[in-house]
Design a protein around this ligand. Structure first.
Ligand SMILES: [Zn+2]
Length: 348
């Protein structure tokens, strides 16, 4: 799952660079559609106006429409400032074309209405990995304009964004695959339950963490994942039951699972509230099993996983591969292994 920053070009400026006629409405509509699609795919999306501050995410996209005095000027275009930007922009163009965009593309970085891509530079300064800008076409051209004023045309631009995000992330560390090396998630127990309790005590766990271990251990075994992996992840995600982040124990949420709609990491309402530790840890184990390819999306849903998106099935068969998949950071899986799972397994 990725974090995506969508900038609605020029919105809602009244002075300065306000965009071509009808552009703000186009940019806003494409942004809303793209946000919906990306959230459905399990990504965290921030939609922002033109002049809001840009912060670090995995992907930054600024949405624009072009304009010209010359009514025959037509075609979409993209802009970027580095190789990662070029990669994701190329994926957007490819998807846009395949979905039927009729008038082709201008050269990359081409635009009449916009001289420089301030949003892209700000995103790169903030540390965003993939930053690009799209010009969906010319609102001043009859063919492009008809496309860009239609629901179909706006959805096409948005779908191409979702596809581009999927393509660049699929190339990253999160890819699954058979026969890979690493620490298997779908496996028999690599530690004993008493050992997990003793290790948690040695790390100063909150009393509730023992309830979490007991509830999740049997679900993990029944679902077919290594219960030690479940405990290690619950320890990492809940701070050994001490919480202290946006969630507390009343959520019965052992891994910070969000609701299907998702939302900001800092928003408690974006996170799923479960009725009991049994329900919360079952959903946690099912979500892990879905990543591991042990459960299908449908099966994970039956175990109460609110985010049983088909596209994550089998994306991380090993603990290492959870980095870049369960969490955007490639180090997530390594840290889970080094700081939690290995010490647990080694605990006397
Ligand atoms: Zn623009």
């Amino acid at each position: 799952m990725a974090s995506v920053y969508i900038q609605m070009g020029h919105c809602f400026r009244a002075t300065g660079a306000t965009g071509t006629g009808g552009e703000q409405e186009l940019n806003k509509a494409v942004a809303a559609r793209a946000a919906r699609l990306l959230r459905n795919d399990g990504h965290t999306v921030s939609v922002r106006k033109a002049d809001e501050s840009v912060f670090k995410t995995d992907v930054f996209v600024a949405i624009h429409g072009d304009g010209s005095e010359n009514a025959s000027a037509a075609g979409a275009s993209v802009g970027y400032q580095d190789d990662n930007g070029r990669k994701i922009a190329a994926q957007w163009k490819r998807a846009y074309q395949r979905m039927g965009w009729p008038t082709g593309f201008r050269s990359d970085n081409y635009t009449e209405a916009l001289g420089q891509y301030y949003g892209v530079s700000r995103a790169r300064t903030a540390g965003t990995t993939y930053a690009f800008v799209i010009e969906c076409g010319f609102l001043t051209n009859a063919v492009d304009g008809a496309e860009l004023r239609s629901g179909k045309g706006r959805t096409r631009a948005a779908k191409a964004i979702a596809r581009a995000v999927e393509r660049v992330l699929g190339e990253g560390e999160g890819g699954g695959g058979e026969g890979q090396r690493g620490t298997k998630i779908a496996a028999s127990p690599t530690a004993k339950k008493a050992q997990a309790h003793a290790w948690a005590d040695s790390r100063g766990c909150a009393p509730v963490f023992h309830e979490i271990i007991d509830a999740g251990w049997s679900h993990a075994k029944a679902i077919g994942i290594d219960p030690a992996v479940f405990v290690a992840q619950a320890a990492k995600e809940t701070g050994f039951g001490r919480f202290g982040g946006v969630l507390d124990a009343s959520f019965h949420n052992s891994c910070g699972l969000k609701t299907r709609e998702g939302g900001d990491d800092s928003d408690p309402r974006a996170h799923k509230r479960f009725p009991s530790w049994s329900a919360g840890t079952e959903a946690h184990c099912a979500h892990l099993a879905l990543y591991a390819g042990k459960l299908s999306a449908e099966e994970a849903g039956k175990h109460g996983d609110p985010r049983n998106f088909p596209f994550i099935a089998g994306k991380a068969k090993t603990v290492e591969k959870l980095g870049g998949a369960w969490a955007p950071s490639p180090d997530y899986g390594k840290s889970l292994l080094r700081d939690f799972l290995k010490p647990l397994i080694a605990h006397e």
